[in-house]
Design a protein. Structure first.
Length: 152
């Protein structure tokens, strides 16, 4: 079941996630919103979408957020990743919402290339070697550890 966003802080916390966040801007009086809630509830229970976070947000109560993201009518579903609004679905279009969730579930996992880039850019100097600093397993590793130890 989608979590409910109650205030600005909860909203900001939801959208900063590196995983995809699906936020449904809704109003209790709109029947179409109940339909979208059912769709999101069903999607949130599927294991394929376990890495995607689902939320509901009262559009009228949190009007500052609604204005900031141009919510003109309910239901509106916004997709966020790492503080970026990556997509939007206006209206109770269950097919379109499901397609977007399916699309972003494939991007929810970080690719090997991105993980390696993050690893090698983590520090100014990165050494890949056999063994570890205490027990290097080849001559090159021993030599480079010696150089690094002498350099400080």
């Amino acid at each position: 079941m989608p979590a409910s966003i109650k205030d600005q802080a909860a909203f900001e916390n939801a959208i900063k996630s590196p995983e995809v966040s699906v936020i449904h801007f809704q109003a209790d009086w709109a029947d179409q919103c109940a339909q979208v809630n059912e769709v999101l509830d069903a999607l949130s229970k599927q294991p394929d979408y376990a890495k995607i976070h689902f939320y509901t947000c009262p559009a009228e109560e949190l009007s500052e957020i609604s204005l900031k993201y141009n919510i003109e009518a309910v239901p509106t579903v916004l997709f966020f990743q790492s503080n970026r609004n990556i997509d939007k679905v206006d209206g109770a279009d269950a097919t379109k919402i499901t397609e977007k969730v399916k699309l972003y579930s494939n991007n929810a996992t970080v690719s090997l290339e991105d993980r390696l880039k993050a690893l090698i850019n983590k520090s100014k100097v990165m050494l890949f070697m056999k063994g570890d600093r205490v027990t290097p397993r080849c001559g090159f590793s021993r030599t480079i550890i010696e150089i690094l130890n002498n350099a400080g």
